[in-house]
Design a binder for this molecule. Structure first.
Ligand SMILES: *Cc1c(COP(=O)(O)O)cnc(C)c1O
Length: 230
């Protein structure tokens, strides 16, 4: 078995264990392979291994990968996006995971030629270094997005801090789920908000136990160029 297939199999086993533990069905979990730290050739290998949702966090990286991988995958933009970069990528992606500013919503409204599926990024841990809408501002922000009909809010996204305390990480994911449930109960037509994008290489099993429907996994799944293992 190739080194990549072994990684995929290991992640897959961990996903299944987390599903069993939390009595969830594997089919509820979408795996986005984050290819930002690997080559386009490696990303293509990932696609050929059957993972057809790929995530990039920079406009340049996305465009470069798309020159090599022309079709057959859903593209997820997971990084902080600058207003002036929206035009170049917005019609090229299937999901934006990092909507957190009205200025970006305005730019999407101006540039997109189709409806864009967006996750609102929430800063649940409150770290000043992290982007995202604060939990207190979330409802107001989501409500305001109704004015931009190119945007559909499909869910919420968060990044947990890199810490050892797994129970604290778990509390952040649980918090995001509660916020998601609050938004769902508003029954806003532009914001069905059923999805939860949470969990990375070091915490995806916790995220799945707490209700993630999209996990964004980079190094554990595809390796990293800097570690010399791809
Ligand atoms: C890089 C990145 C990931 C994946 O990180 P890993 O730790 O390599 O799994 C997930 N989400 C976002 C927003 C990222 O920037």
């Amino acid at each position: 078995m190739s080194e990549l297939k072994k990684r995929i199999q290991k992640v897959e086993q961990e996903i299944q264990t987390a599903c069993d533990k939390s009595k969830r069905n594997r089919s509820e979990i979408n795996v986005v392979a984050v290819t930002k730290s690997v080559s386009a050739a490696r990303a293509e290998e990932v696609k050929n291994a059957g993972i057809i949702q790929l995530g990039e966090n920079r406009a340049e990286g996305l465009i470069h990968k798309q020159e090599v991988i022309k079709d057959g995958v859903d593209w997820h933009f997971i990084g902080n996006i600058q207003s002036r970069k929206v035009r170049g990528i917005i019609d090229e992606i299937d999901y934006l995971h990092s909507l957190d500013r009205i200025s970006i919503a305005k730019e999407i409204q101006k540039r997109a030629t189709k409806k864009i599926k967006c996750f609102v990024q929430v800063n649940v841990s409150g770290e000043s270094s992290k982007s995202g809408v604060s939990p207190e501002e979330l409802e107001g922000f989501v409500t305001e997005i109704a004015a931009y009909d190119k945007i559909e809010i499909v869910g919420l996204m968060t990044m947990a801090p890199h810490i050892e305390d797994t129970e604290l990480i778990r509390s952040y994911f649980r918090n995001l789920k509660e916020l998601r449930d609050d938004i769902v109960s508003l029954k806003l037509p532009h914001a069905p908000c059923t999805e939860l994008s949470m969990g990375m290489s070091n915490d995806f099993t916790i995220a799945i136990e707490e209700g993630a429907t999209y996990v964004r996994i980079g190094t554990a799944l595809v390796g990293a160029e800097s570690e010399g293992n791809v």
